[in-house]
Each structure stands twice: as C-alpha cells, then as structure tokens.
Design a protein around this ligand. Sequence first.
Ligand code: KG4
Ligand code: ZN
Length: 383
Amino acid sequence: MVYRGGPGVGLAGFCQRSLLAFLYTPASMLENMFVLGFESSCDETGVALVQTRANGVPVLLGHALYSQIEMHQAYGGVVPELASRDHIRRVLPLTQQVLSESACDLARVDVLAFTRGPGLAGALLVGAGVACAMAAAMDKPVLGVHHLEGHLLSPFLSADPPEFPFVALLVSGGHTQLMRVDAVGRYVLLGETIDDAAGEAFDKTAKLLGLGYPGGPALSRLAEQGNPSVYKLPRPLLNSGNLDFSFAGLKTAVMVQARKVALLHACAVEALPTPVLADLAASTQAAIVEVLVKKALLALGQTGLRRLVVAGGVGANRSLRQQLGTACVRHGTRVHYPELHLCTDNGAMIAMAAAMRLQCGASRTSKSYAFDIKPRWGLDSLE
Ligand code: KG4
Ligand code: ZN
C-alpha cells in the first residue's frame, strides 16, 4: 500500500513508527477500522466510535457521555461502589445511542477498546468487562487503553490538532504532569506533582469553601467575581528550577486564611459573604494557575519545543487558558486544547487513543479477554 501522508494531512510526523507499521500491516487493517471505546475509570461513563483513515487522524463518528456528578454530590465526592453500579446501568444504553447516531451496526465494529487504568478498580472493571464480553461474543479483538494517554491525545479530536513533538501539560483530578511527547507511545515524564494534583487542589479548596463537588468548575466560576490579589497565598515550588509541582500546602494556606476571615465575620467559612468567598476562590485559582503557567513555559524552554498541549479536566479552566495563551504568544508557542466538552473524562479520547496506537503500530489487539485492569499505572511505564 502507498503511504499518502503529506502536508495536507495536517499531522506531519504522525508517529515515527507509522511507516514501518504501514509496511508490515495489510492496508485493510488500518483503513476504515471502526473502534468502539469505553471509558469508566471514575464518575463518567463514556462510549464513542471512531474510524481510522489511511493517512490521517482517525475521525470521531459519535460519542455519548453520562456524568454521575449529581449522584455523588450528596456525598461530597465519588463513592466508588455507587460509581461502578451506575456505570453498569449506563453503558449499554449509551452504546446503543452511539451506534444508532453513527448509523453503525455493532457487527461492523472491528476493535473494542476500554480504559485499562489508572482509575477506580470496580469502575474500570465495568468498561473492561463490557468490552471483553462484546468482543468475545463477536470474536473481535480488544485493546486496553491508558486513561492519561487518552487525555494526552484528546486534542487530536479537535479541529486544530497538534503535530509531534510537543510538551503536554496533563492536569486532571488525579494527575499533574509535564511530558515530552515525541510520537504516539513515546512519552518522557519531565516533572509531576509530588503530592496533590492541580484538580485535587481545586476540589479540596472548593469543599473547604462550601462549594460542593466537583469543586473545580464551581471554584473557577466563583473566582470570576473575585479579586485574585486580596489574599497572599503560597506558590509552591514556583522557583524550584525543576518541573515538579506541589499543591498540598495550598489548601492548608487557604484554610488558615479562610478561618481568620470567618472569625472576623463571626461565622463559619461556608457562611462567609459571597464577595469574600469569591476573593478566596480567585486568590486560590491565581496561585494554581501561576505555577502551572510558569512550569509549562520552563518545560518548553528546557526542551526547546514550541508546541504545548493542555489536557485533562483543569484544562477547561478559563483563567489557565487565558494566561497560558498570553504567555505562549510572547514565547512564540502554539497551545492546543481538546474541545471544551472533551477536557474532562469521555469515551472519545479512549477510542481515539486506541485507534491512533493501532494505526501506528504502537499496540496490538488481543483476544485473551482477560480484562486485566491496572488501577495504578504510570504513563511513563507504558510500552
Ligand atoms: O480529567 P478529569 O475529568 O478526571 C480525571 O482524570 O481526574 O478531571 C477532573 C478534574 C476535577 O478535579 C475537576 O474539579 C477539574 O478537573 N476541573 C476543573 C474545571 N473543570 C474540571 N478545574 C478547574 N477549572 C475548571 N473549569
Ligand atoms: Zn481523566
């Protein structure tokens, strides 16, 4: 078969191993392959269908998502057992929705992909179990996908996909990492948080301020009304010179400040007047964003790269996007994000990561149906 990659593809350098893969893999296995992906690592059930193309990024044909946020809100956080049970309830109707909206018959699906880890064990087992059961029934192969690789490659689902190589800032509820990404499957960890993740810092501070769960979006909404310079909060490891982060101390600093103000107002922290809470929220957000922006620029400086990808739930944060945008224009760097609705967990990123790995030969499917999930799994240990 002829490799037709080129300037028109918009993804020059798409996986350096792709040429070899193309040489040794029959064309029919790479083109028009339908990959159905399942995401169930935490509190979102996502299902999506993508189709590979001969010489470019796979295309998203359809996706459906059910967020369990409302259910967990009553408990102030994710309850793993409830999450697993709800994934079971949602996954098949969502699958039917995706297939009917994409006008694709289940029998036409070539590969069933699922989030293998990291995540909640019981929740992961649902996606893995469903993918393996469907695949076994149809004698089709499966592929387990790394959740963070899904986030990392999610900007390829956007209208403005990046080209390799790039620096990736992965900012989710469980991870804060800077990676150098040379191709699909070729990731070098440059730095990461030594304690809490950025999303965790948003969530924990939001809880402290009585904003409920999940805290990130609520805190960032409230922060829009506040003044970020009212409270002086620490910027942990800002000038450490390396690419590590530390956010655990921030919530304690916010707590100390919040309790002081609450004493003055003779009320509980959550009962503080909205303008005071907004200033606390804005000051917290400013501290997190300043550290993320500075370290992302440091990573670009150290690698000499001029492309940045921001992925994971915190990538939806408006202030982070604004400040990274300004800093990167000054630095001559292009920033790529997933579509706003694909920043948080979804099935599209899992189907996409599976399709991209298969397309460039970084992964092979299996028919073992062992659904061997990996609740703890570092992206840097991915083969
Ligand atoms: O990537 P994600 O959906 O799940 C994980 O893989 O962890 O990220 C969820 C995290 C949560 O901590 C949530 O509070 C945060 O992303 N988040 C935000 C925003 N939207 C979601 N944090 C700050 N600002 C936002 N707009
Ligand atoms: Zn995630």
